[in-house]
Design a protein around this ligand. Structure first.
Ligand SMILES: [Zn+2]
Ligand SMILES: [Zn+2]
Length: 169
């Protein structure tokens, strides 16, 4: 089955400045992500604007999809929406090293949308900017409750000072 993101651009290539909007909700399975963070049963929101320019077609807009990941500090499971900004060029005759090739009179947006969305998921997120993470000593989740390790360390330091004082006397 052809991807719904295989777009006919005959009209766009005919005249510079011609616009076309692509607004689709595409099953994630179309992209064959093969990535445990994205469920194949989910939907990907594609909102792209095509404009015919000299030497190609500019594609910009957003591609968005849900993903599941974990906070990089406390490992809490997170369900987020990644929104990838698209700003790409497609060319019939590729002379720009960053451009995607056109397939005859068609643009295949599938691979580009897939790559861009995966890039938007590259950074391991935090559940909140000030997530305190896990205690390095006992592994307790410090968001839920303080574990007491910190207080204990302070007590130990005082104990050493008391001992030194005792020795000096
Ligand atoms: Zn966290
Ligand atoms: Zn602890």
């Amino acid at each position: 089955m052809a991807s719904p993101l295989l777009v006919n651009v005959v009209e766009l290539t005919r005249r510079q400045g011609t616009l076309k909007d692509i607004q689709l909700i595409v099953p994630a399975s179309v992209f064959a992500f093969d990535d445990a963070r994205i469920a194949d049963t989910d939907q990907i929101d594609v909102d792209l604007h095509l404009e015919s320019v000299s030497g190609g077609i500019v594609v910009n807009g957003t591609v968005a999809g849900k993903w599941a990941t974990a906070c990089r500090r406390c490992l809490r499971e997170l369900h987020l929406v990644a929104t990838a900004e698209v700003d790409e060029l497609y060319q019939q005759v590729v002379d720009n090293p960053d451009a995607y090739p056109m397939t005859g009179e068609q643009l295949d947006l599938t691979g580009m949308a897939r790559e861009t969305l995966l890039l938007a998921m590259a950074d391991a997120p935090l559940c909140r900017p000030d997530c305190p993470g896990l205690c390095p000593q006992c592994g307790a989740d410090l968001t839920t409750a303080p574990c007491g390790c910190q207080a204990q360390r302070t007590d130990e330091r005082w104990a050493i000072l008391d001992q030194l004082r005792g020795e000096l006397d």
